[in-house]
Design a protein around this ligand. Structure first.
Ligand code: DGI
Ligand code: FE
Ligand code: FE
Ligand code: FE
Length: 187
């Protein structure tokens, strides 16, 4: 699918602010794909669709998680996590995206997981560092991302876990698995 066709499908699903974030993730993901030798068209497509389900009603997401046999433990965790797996399902059925690598990059863009593919890493990190993001620590990850993708990913995951701990939020098992996997293989 061409960039403009994909953007045209995503735009009505998002607010203007979230659409600008999506453009930032797209540009960043394509740059990282170029640098690390990933498929640029797949990185572009996954980035464009990564937040496709962000504004779906909670009830609709909950129903899909139950009926489409997504991991049931998602329902015990914060609903912020749901738009990633639900998005992977919806872009397949509503936008006709069937590439499993692209779908997985969307599916795991919020939690991460153990053994992430290059494409999954790129979308996860691009989501965190796109130019519109301004939280503390982002500058460090921005620099790291263009030097060592795995270290940037580790920093992103550990920052996210720290943030969740401070807010007394649950840590989804895949998020912890992503962290442990990187610590074991990279440090
Ligand atoms: O959709 P975005 O805002 O672009 O970013 P995202 O999909 O990466 O993350 C959305 C939120 O999900 C973010 O505030 C952090 C939160 N999150 C990520 N991992 C976990 C999590 N929340 C909980 N409770 N547990 C997690 O493991
Ligand atoms: Fe997201
Ligand atoms: Fe993310
Ligand atoms: Fe995002």
């Amino acid at each position: 699918m061409e960039r403009n066709a994909a953007l045209g499908i995503v735009k009505p699903q998002l607010t203007e602010k979230r659409f600008q974030h999506t453009i930032g993730v797209m540009d960043t993901a394509v740059q990282l794909a170029e640098l690390y030798g990933a498929d640029k068209k797949k990185a572009e497509l996954a980035a464009i669709f990564h937040d496709y389900a962000k504004f779906r009603p909670k009830k609709e997401m909950e129903k899909l998680i139950r009926e489409k046999q997504m991991p049931a433990d998602l329902l015990f965790h914060h609903h912020e996590l749901w738009h990633a797996p639900v998005g992977a399902y919806l872009v397949q059925h509503e936008a006709g995206i069937h590439d499993e690598e692209v779908l997985n990059a969307i599916r795991y863009h919020t939690s991460g997981r153990s053994g992430m593919t290059l494409l999954e890493k790129i979308v996860y990190v691009a989501d965190y560092i796109e130019p519109g993001r301004s939280f503390t620590g982002v500058e460090e990850v921005r620099e790291l991302a263009f030097q060592d993708l795995d270290l940037a990913l580790l920093k992103t995951v550990s920052n996210t876990i720290s943030f969740l701990l401070k807010k007394n939020r649950g840590i989804y098992p895949d998020t912890l698995a992503a962290y442990n996997d990187l610590v074991i293989t990279k440090l």
